[in-house]
Design a protein around this ligand. Structure first.
Ligand SMILES: [Mn+2]
Length: 211
């Protein structure tokens, strides 16, 4: 089986030797804080990002792995997130939810966008990145590859007139947005149809669960 960049990044979830360990951990930590914040955002007693930041650090996992990230850098990331989030139009209706698409009897592809927003006829797919740009870009992949993949997965779950993908780049405090076209979806579908056999074989061999 030849090397395939998209499959390595999104399906096989191979550890990335090019990302230093600490950066990966910061990403995990920041995502966890944001996910936790979304869970309680619309409760009777909404929590602030800052509260959640401290709460996650106090968990068993937090004190074991994340105590190093109680610093300016992660604080900045979360401040940037809060600022960018405020500038997005629409209502959040899902976060950290896994969607799947059945390719055939042997293969179901899955994906978990960080969160989804609805704004009139538009579905906004948002992924938070702690690096300055999507990590898959350094493999020479299309900047939008992951968002197109999510859009394609979601197209079997939602009737959206328009799909827009956005990366919230926490490091640069920048939103990188793209309108996902029918052509993008068709190309993504074609790619995965062509790869279906190879992916099934890989999963069968490695008994992995796709997350
Ligand atoms: Mn993310």
């Amino acid at each position: 089986m030849g090397k395939d960049l998209f499959l390595d990044t999104y399906i096989r979830k191979l550890p990335d030797p090019l990302i230093v360990k600490e950066n990966t951990q910061i990403g995990v930590f920041v995502h966890q804080v944001i996910a936790e914040w979304f869970k309680n955002r619309v409760s009777l007693f909404p929590v602030s990002l800052d509260d959640v930041y401290h709460k996650v650090l106090k968990t068993k996992q937090g004190s074991a792995y994340f105590h190093n990230f109680f610093n300016e850098e992660t604080k900045n990331y979360l401040d940037n997130f809060a600022e960018m989030f405020k500038s997005l139009d629409g209502e959040v209706f899902a976060s950290e939810k896994q969607y799947s698409l059945k390719m055939d009897d042997d293969l179901t592809l899955t994906g978990k966008p960080d969160f989804l927003m609805k704004n009139g006829p538009t579905l906004l797919i948002v992924d938070v990145k702690t690096g300055g740009r999507p990590p898959h870009e350094k493999y020479g992949m299309d900047h939008w590859a992951q968002l197109k993949y999510f859009a394609w997965l979601l197209s079997s779950h939602f009737e959206a007139q328009e799909m827009v993908g956005a990366y919230l780049l926490l490091k640069g405090n920048k939103i990188s947005e793209v309108k996902i076209t029918k052509k993008d979806m068709a190309e993504t579908e074609k790619y995965f149809r062509a790869k279906a056999g190879e992916i099934s074989e890989f999963i069968e061999k490695n008994k992995i669960l796709m997350a």
